[in-house]
Design a protein around this ligand. Structure first.
Ligand SMILES: Nc1ncnc2c1ncn2[C@@H]1O[C@H](COP(=O)(O)OP(=O)(O)OP(=O)(O)O)[C@@H](O)[C@H]1O
Ligand SMILES: [Mn+2]
Length: 270
């Protein structure tokens, strides 16, 4: 007579690798002791000291995003390849791992999120800090009201050349960096103001209040998005910057690189 093991067991029969999303230490140890198993850990931090690890920029509440972006990172790092069958173990309803999904790696549905972090001019930590800031700002708004914001990250010299000041730059003579708690408070305060924030590769706030003037010719951003997103998308084609845009009207955070929309997340999900 067949048991549930036989039926659910098919989920991980003949897989090329097992992928654990943010496992606990003991869970990881148990899997690591299985012979001949290719094991990959994916998460925002390698808390279990896994040998093979892929870093996620965000925890991704949506399980499909989590797996999709995680597998994309694993493909980029040559840990898995197109067509590999994978048992992805993750938590959905609890803190511990409670779900296994069988997924086939698909190199074609590449979103470019790995390029955003790893292959940008700006340091990955800087991109991550700005993304977190935008998500936080989107969640809380400014004194309870929704706010929009546009952060241009990296290649600041060129970005400055393709923009002009809307008002005096409050960061003119300062040497402050993103990720600094006090700076995050300042950036949130200034997000009420018009224009864009310009941030250097290393995370220095170069300017606030910048009006971007990229050439928008041929830039293809989703219909319905306005001037902030158009300028935010276009400047990434004219320069090697990436942009992170918080929409005041739909509340989503989007990232652009090389003129393309790469990432769209709902801050409420984090
Ligand atoms: N070229 C630009 N450079 C910098 N900031 C801009 C630019 N164009 C618009 N903005 C900023 O974006 C704000 C919102 O503009 P708009 O509503 O057209 O954009 P949007 O893409 O619809 O964004 P949202 O979804 O937040 O409404 C403006 O008030 C301005 O502060
Ligand atoms: Mn608008």
């Amino acid at each position: 007579m067949a048991g549930l093991d036989d039926v659910f067991g098919e989920l991980f029969q003949g897989v090329d690798a097992a992928i654990l999303f943010s496992p606990s230490g003991s869970y990881y140890e148990r899997c690591a002791s299985i012979e001949d198993l290719d094991l990959i850990v994916i998460g925002t931090e390698n808390t279990v000291g896994a040998e093979t690890f892929v870093e996620l920029p965000l925890a991704f509440d949506d399980i499909r995003d989590r797996i999709k972006f995680g597998l994309e990172g694993a493909i980029e790092q040559d840990l898995i390849e197109d067509g590999d069958e994978l048992a992805c173990a993750t938590s959905v309803f609890s803190d511990g791992i409670d779900t296994v999904s069988r997924v086939r790696a698909d190199a074609e549905t590449r979103t470019g999120i790995y390029d955003l972090f790893v292959k940008s001019r700006a340091e990955p930590e800087v991109v991550k800090a700005v993304l977190e800031l935008a998500v936080e700002l989107g969640k809380k708004g400014q004194k309870g009201k929704p706010v929009g914001a546009l952060f241009v990250v990296g290649d600041a010299g060129k970005v400055m050349n393709k923009s002009r000041p809307l008002s005096y730059n409050p960061f003119e003579k300062s040497h402050v960096h993103v990720g600094d708690p006090i700076v995050n408070v300042m950036l949130k305060e200034f997000s009420r103001l018009d224009g864009a924030f310009i941030i250097s590769d290393a995370g220095k706030i170069v300017s606030a209040y910048r009006y971007l003037e990229p050439s928008a010719e041929g830039v293809d951003i989703p219909k319905g998005l306005g001037a902030r997103h158009m300028a935010g998308g276009a400047i990434t084609r004219d320069t090697n910057a990436i942009t992170i845009v918080l929409s005041e009207s739909d509340g989503l955070v989007r990232a652009f690189k090389a003129g393309e929309l790469i990432l769209e997340v709902d801050p409420e999900a984090y």
